[in-house]
Design a protein around this ligand. Structure first.
Ligand code: IPM
Ligand code: MN
Length: 388
């Protein structure tokens, strides 16, 4: 009997800078996995979203009118390229608006876990000497809706408690408020423990381990985060509960990255250590991310719009490609669809195969291939992977 593939709707959002080059490559790989795994994907867009659209529309809107609230709730998954342009930096308000686009989407859809793997892949050199693939393989779970980025909403406008305060007509001081709720802490910590159970432990000793990192004892929200961690950890006796202050974590991540399996942390620390982890795994161009909630998810690269290399066809599309693989796996889990799960895994495997061969490599990891050549090579590998 012919297999009747279920239809999934995937919304694409473009973004700025290198987004225009990496998004088409990500779509190419998505289409290749659709073909190879007999999926039925309706890719909507990709629609403009970000600073460029803001300027193109004479600053009336930051995203295309077809990106409606109904649509983002209706689709099975979303992917987006990075946003932001340097010309906006001079304008604090505009920059804030665009910076909050991805943050607002995370809040709007309640995507409380930002899942950011750090894995040394075959053929890639880490700046940490003597590290081999297999030595570095951990996942950062960045809390994604609270802390310093708590109350942005995409469609309801930006509501925040802090602000800029003027005296004698000049901005004289600024305040931001950090928020943690027990619900917000517990759900993301539980996500981290559940993830550790599905993995095979830390590279150094194969123990399942979740590391709580923040600055408890000093900041109240972080103390609540640690207390929530202890509470949740008690329900997972099979997973080691590990602790590091965030400053110490930055040290130990360099000194012994193989100790880490899953690392859970409040929002802003997660933002910072994601870039540190991008370096540890050899390039930000390989740093994937999935914003995940209970009902929705969107894939995005961890890096920014890299305006310095935009338009040169040299950006590494792998971070976004891997993120899309994570999205397919997430939808596959959610809808209990083996084909989607397999398609997601095959993207990850195809990337490893391309990197391991070393023939096609973008400049950030020591090669001279173009963005398009990398996208093509991964798509080709996805097509040649077999359904098991
Ligand atoms: C990231 C980015 C974003 C963030 C910016 C663009 C708002 O740095 O995804 O890490 O801080 O979350
Ligand atoms: Mn960041």
């Amino acid at each position: 009997m012919a297999y009747l593939a279920r239809k999934y709707k995937i919304l694409g959002l473009i973004g700025d800078g290198i987004a225009e080059e990496i998004v088409p490559e990500a779509v190419r790989v998505l289409r290749a996995s659709e073909e190879a795994y007999g999926l039925n994907l309706e890719v909507i867009g990709p629609h403009p979203f970000g600073a460029k659209y803001w300027l193109d529309s004479s600053r009336k809107a930051s995203w295309h009118p077809e990106i409606t609230r109904e649509l983002i709730y209706d689709v099975d998954g979303i992917f987006k390229g990075p946003v932001g342009l340097p010309s906006l930096l001079e304008d604090v308000k505009l920059n804030y608006e665009v910076g909050f686009l991805p943050v607002g989407l995370r809040s709007e859809l309640d995507l409380y876990a930002n899942v950011r793997p750090c894995k040394l892949r075959p053929g890639v050199k880490s700046p940490l000497v003597d590290k081999e693939p297999g030595d570095i393989d951990f996942v950062i779970i960045r809390e994604n809706t609270e802390h310093c980025l708590a109350e942005a909403t995409h469609f309801g406008g930006i509501r925040d408690i802090g602000g800029y305060f003027e005296r004698a007509g000049k901005v004289d001081f600024a305040a931001d408020v950090y928020i943690q709720t027990s619900k917000g802490c517990e759900r993301v910590i539980q996500y981290a423990f559940d993830l550790s159970r599905r993995r095979s432990g830390a590279p150094n000793d194969r123990k399942r381990r979740v590391t709580c990192t923040c600055k408890w004892g000093l900041l109240r929200g972080d103390t609540l985060f640690k207390r929530s961690f202890e509470k949740v950890a008690a329900r997972y006796p099979d997973v080691e509960a590990d602790y590091a202050w965030i400053d110490g974590w930055a040290y130990w991540a360099i000194m012994r990255p193989e100790h880490y399996d899953v690392v859970v942390t409040p929002n802003q620390y997660g933002d910072i250590i994601s870039d540190l982890s991008g370096a540890i795994q050899g390039s930000m161009g390989l740093a994937a991310a999935l914003n995940a909630g209970d009902e929705h998810a969107f894939a995005e690269a961890t890096h920014g719009s890299a305006p310095d290399i935009a338009g040169k066809n040299i950006a590494n599309p792998i971070s976004l490609i891997l993120s899309i693989g994570m999205l397919l796996e997430w939808i596959g889990e959610k809808r209990d669809d083996d084909r989607l799960r397999a398609a997601g895994k095959s993207i990850n495997m195809a990337v490893d195969a391309v990197l391991g061969e070393g023939k096609v490599r973008s400049p950030d990891i020591g090669g001279s291939s173009t963005t398009e050549q990398v996208g093509n090579a991964v798509a080709q590998k996805v097509r040649s992977t077999e359904l098991d």
